[in-house]
Write a protein that binds this ligand. Structure first.
Ligand SMILES: NC(=O)c1ccc[n+]([C@@H]2O[C@H](COP(=O)([O-])OP(=O)(O)OC[C@H]3O[C@@H](n4cnc5c(N)ncnc54)[C@H](O)[C@@H]3O)[C@@H](O)[C@H]2O)c1
Length: 339
């Protein structure tokens, strides 16, 4: 029988719970323990998923030499310490985006991961979503000519809970980072500058954390292409994730609002349902990204999304936040002096 990668999951909240479920379903993996700061949560999830142990102490995982891989899905402000310990103790790492809230911390992790030859895959799951992946294939095949404009829309149905916002790094680092990563990937070019704007339209509490609930980033690429990225916490109607890549010979639309491909016709009109949240919209992508992770761990290979991609996306997000705060365009080459 093929070897199974003994795995621990850190953080069992909105997303980590689903990662734990997906590990139990993955034929290359064995979920041996779950770790959450709340022992009650860890115990509940362990019981539900029939996992043999649970803990609220990350060191229990790091000291266990039989655990080969960890999945980090804790609040972003806690990633740095967990990433560092995981790399130091020789674990393969799958870490949720963003790598860290602080760019210097991310760069330190990048060095540590490279020095220790740690496998470290970052959770930019859109790259594995069937629609985004097909768009990548079509663009690479030249179906729309040269890509010249990227448009990304990421709207959440509401603001996350306050402690999440506090530990998230803000909307550019927490939300737009998905689009910054997928934009680099689809356009096959690095972002060179960002001009960002933002406002608080619905959730005054985010002001406490120098955050906004509606943001717009205009980006320029080394290739000469450009783009715009909207991030919002105000899509009352549902979870709305879309993108468009315009090329010199065509355009690709990615994603739509529907959960099921049905229309309901009544006297009230013609309606359809709307995707409610990220676990539903990206169910396949979360499964596929872990499938890829375990293939890499078993082959001792290099992930498709590396720590370097994590740092690049965070640099763009940092530039966006700086641009919003200063009210001026920020060039990525100037970032060093601004961090
Ligand atoms: N890829 C995506 O689509 C996506 C979606 C949501 C969240 N995320 C990312 O996943 C991470 C978690 O987000 P979430 O929404 O699930 O958060 P959450 O607040 O819902 O859950 C976090 C969980 O981690 C636990 N925790 C906190 N500190 C811990 C520590 N030091 N050790 C162990 N457990 C700890 C908390 O008790 C909680 O159960 C964040 O980095 C976020 O950016 C990614």
């Amino acid at each position: 029988m093929a070897r199974k990668v003994r795995t621990a999951v850190f953080g069992l909240g909105r997303l980590g719970y689903w990662h734990a479920v997906n590990v139990t379903k993955n034929r290359h993996a064995e979920l041996v323990t779950v770790c959450d700061m709340s022992l009650e949560t860890a115990e509940r999830v362990a019981r539900e998923l029939e996992v043999q142990s649970y803990t609220n102490n990350p060191e229990d995982v790091f000291q266990d030499e039989t655990i080969e891989a960890v999945i980090i899905a804790t609040p972003t402000s806690t990633h740095f310490e967990l990433l560092k310990r995981a790399s130091e103790t020789g674990k393969a790492i799958f870490v949720e985006k963003p790598l860290t809230t602080d760019l210097n911390d991310a760069r330190e992790i990048q060095k540590i991961v490279h020095t220790n030859h740690t496998i470290c895959q970052v959770g930019f799951m859109r790259r594995f979503d069937p629609a985004y992946a097909e768009a990548k294939r079509r663009i690479a095949a030249g179906d729309i000519g040269n890509p010249i404009y990227f448009r990304g829309i990421s709207r959440d149905p509401q603001a996350p809970h306050e402690s999440f916002v506090e530990q998230s790094g803000g909307i550019f680092i927490d939300v737009s980072i998905h689009d910054f990563d997928i934009a680099r990937y689809l356009m096959n070019s690095e972002v060179t500058s960002v001009s960002a704007h933002g406002n608080v339209l619905k959730y005054p509490f985010v002001k406490k954390y120098d955050d906004v609930d509606q943001a717009l980033s205009y980006i320029e690429f080394a290739s000469g292409a450009a783009g715009d990225i909207e991030a919002s916490r105000n899509a009352y109607y549902g979870y709305d994730i879309r993108a468009e890549v315009i090329g010199t010979e065509g355009s690709i639309f990615i994603g739509n609002l529907r959960e099921h491909d049905i229309q309901i016709l009544t006297k009230a009109g013609n309606t359809h349902d709307i995707l409610p949240d990220f676990p539903v919209r990206f169910k396949d992508a979360y499964t596929i990204e872990l499938e890829e992770f375990y293939k890499v761990v078993l082959a001792k290979g290099i992930p498709q999304i590396t720590v370097d991609d994590g740092v690049k996306a965070l640099e763009i997000a940092y530039a966006a936040r700086k641009s919003y705060q200063r009210g001026q365009k920020v060039k990525l080459e100037m970032l060093q002096s601004l961090v």
